[in-house]
Design a protein around this ligand. Sequence first.
Ligand code: GTP
Ligand code: MG
Length: 174
Amino acid sequence: GPLGSAYAYLFKYIIIGDTGVGKSCLLLQFTDKRFQPVHDLTIGVEFGARMITIDGKQIKLQIWDTAGQESFRSITRSYYRGAAGALLVYDITRRDTFNHLTTWLEDARQHSNSNMVIMLIGNKSDLESRREVKKEEGEAFAREHGLIFMETSAKTASNVEEAFINTAKEIYEK
Ligand code: GTP
Ligand code: MG
């Protein structure tokens, strides 16, 4: 009913990072509590939404999941506008996705509001045996660039709720 859908705040998020790092899977785990084992390459952008509660207040998260493939980069850039939060995702089993973070960050800083909260996410933490990027490296990158940081697994759901919710807390407290 009309009261059930009421919310105090609306926060827009954008999810960015290289193709295949698990952006769409993180969104699906957060909104539907499901895991998609096959890579359904995102074309352009996809959309998701969920309600959360912070400090007793209902907050609606409106989440834009972008395509990581290089050819979609100009479309992605048009979705930064109005975003209060960004989830910048790399894959802990693929060093190249970590190396590309500086490029993503430059893009994000250039096309978003200067006060956008950025959460750096090292995803696929369930694949410990294939790890190429140490947790300490993610932490150091985040510290150096003023980001918040978490390692997650969209497969086991480890830290997925926390990543979306901690970003909202940071925005809420600003
Ligand atoms: P684009 O849409 O092309 O930008 O890729 P994406 O970042 O949305 O990647 P997607 O979520 O489609 O996931 C890519 C592949 O990684 C899929 O086969 C997923 O099942 C797998 N995957 C995603 N997250 C995890 C995870 O946390 N653990 C494991 N083991 N696999 C994952
Ligand atoms: Mg995707």
